[in-house]
Design a protein around this ligand. Structure first.
Ligand code: AMP
Length: 412
């Protein structure tokens, strides 16, 4: 008898699937059908409201799957009375998410469209969004943990970029963190081709909104959004992570950020940032997008750093925010203690400094960690911020180091 062998995976190649933009469907409902799974509302139990999304509440709840038991899920609802356009935009996020399956991209369990309110059901991420998580854990994580989180995000972005998906709004606020500190790329809700609106968006001359601080210069100037512009945003996200959720470019206006970046200014290393990590940020902020690393290379570099911790030992030269801001005066001995605390955004301790008898900057220059403890500055992040400024002031008073200028180091 002849034996006919049939290849197990006939016709299948190793090529990664390409993302299909739901906006290319004449009827967006067709995209929802194709890329998402309908869940019966009776399988869902809502337990608590955990946040507000653009279109309605975000809730925590349980999803009961046949033969699988209960699973914790996040449920986004569309508020009653939403327009048809909002309904379609809301479901567009689901038809985008439904095309992805990667450990570092938020997973879509399904949608409820056959009853009201309509819902998007995703895996539940215990630690919420990354920016809030970092601010709540200021100074409490190791460099290895921070790099592990960034490694995950770089891996999720490698997957998305290989599917030819461009995110356009990569930032800590759009990353979710689970109980094991695994980070996943989320927020595919901003309609990619049409104008969008986020709290970070600033109007461009052509009417669209762009999160300026996270966006590559060519994407701001002529809307050239590519995976290379996503890599730029990833660099800013690295900076957010290493600085525990500090606002990129602090309180500068969007116009000042655009001007400074265009002149070649780049964000300085956050406190305790290994030099190699800051170098990776600078690589992703290359002016010419062709010179930026691809996401796979970014992920590999982070892997290499994590595998050889000796590469992380050399810390980048710390520079306080106030010193890198071209618009801000340098920290000098001529300031009052209260002006200085305001400058480094630590003015909540003005009273404590006065009570301790610290009345001028000469006294400030000789403060120690122990003094800060005594004054009630117990948060590690705050201690580091203050001490970093104290140390550079001391260096300046001693004349042992030349004053730091913006022109040193980070103009590329
Ligand atoms: P969003 O509309 O996606 O920005 O969600 C609003 C907020 O809800 C986020 O900032 C998170 O704090 C929370 N959230 C969204 N999705 C999830 C999820 N899958 N797991 C846990 N919290 C979530």
């Amino acid at each position: 008898m002849d034996v006919i062998t049939i290849p197990l995976f006939a016709g299948q190649t190793n090529r990664v699937k390409t993302y299909v933009d739901p906006h290319t469907y004449e009827d967006p409902r067709q995209a929802v059908k194709e890329f998402t799974k309908e869940i019966d509302v009776s399988c869902i139990t809502i337990e608590a409201v955990i946040g507000g999304g653009e279109f309605g509440d975000v809730c925590k709840g349980k999803l009961r799957m046949p033969n699988k038991g209960d699973m914790c899920v996040a449920i986004k609802t569309l508020k009653p009375g939403a327009s048809e356009r909002n309904r379609l935009e809301f479901l567009t996020e689901a038809s985008i998410m439904g095309q992805f399956e990667d450990p570092n991209v938020i997973f879509l369990e399904g949608v409820v469209t056959k009853s009201n309110p309509i819902m998007i059901v995703t895996e539940y991420m215990e630690n919420g969004s990354l920016d809030t998580f970092l601010r709540a854990n200021d100074g409490k994580l190791t460099v290895m943990q921070l790099l592990g989180m960034l490694r995950g995000i770089a891996s999720g972005m490698t997957y998305l970029s290989e599917m030819s998906y461009i995110h356009r709004d990569l930032a800590a606020r759009n990353i979710l963190v689970n109980e094991d500190l695994v980070c996943k790329v989320a927020d595919f809700g901003l309609s990619r081709e049409v104008e969008y609106d986020t709290s970070e968006g600033a109007y461009t001359t052509r009417g669209g909104k762009i999160p300026v601080r996270w966006t590559a210069p060519e994407a701001i100037a002529f809307r050239k959004f590519t995976s290379a512009s996503d890599v730029w945003s990833f660099g800013v996200l690295m900076w957010e992570v290493i600085s525990y959720g500090e606002r990129p470019y602090w309180n500068w206006s969007n116009q000042d950020v655009i001007k400074a970046v265009d002149r070649g200014y780049r964000l300085p290393p956050p406190m305790d940032c290994p030099e190699a990590v800051h170098q990776l940020m600078l690589d992703s902020w290359q002016k010419d997008r062709k010179n930026r690393p691809k996401f796979a290379a970014v992920r590999n570099t982070i892997d290499r750093l994590m595998q050889s911790p000796e590469l992380l030992r050399k810390l980048a030269k710390p520079i306080t925010a106030s010193m890198t801001d071209p618009e801000m005066p340098e920290v000098t001995s001529h300031m009052t203690v209260s002006q200085w605390l305001q400058l480094i955004k630590m003015d909540r301790y003005t009273e404590a400094f006065a009570q301790k008898g610290v009345h001028n900057m000469e006294q400030v220059a000789w403060l120690t960690f122990a003094d800060l403890q005594e004054m009630g500055v117990t948060l590690v992040g705050h201690q580091k911020k203050i001490m970093s400024s104290v140390q550079s002031l001391r260096a300046r008073l001693e004349g042992s180091t030349s004053p730091l200028h913006v022109s040193e180091g980070f103009l590329v």
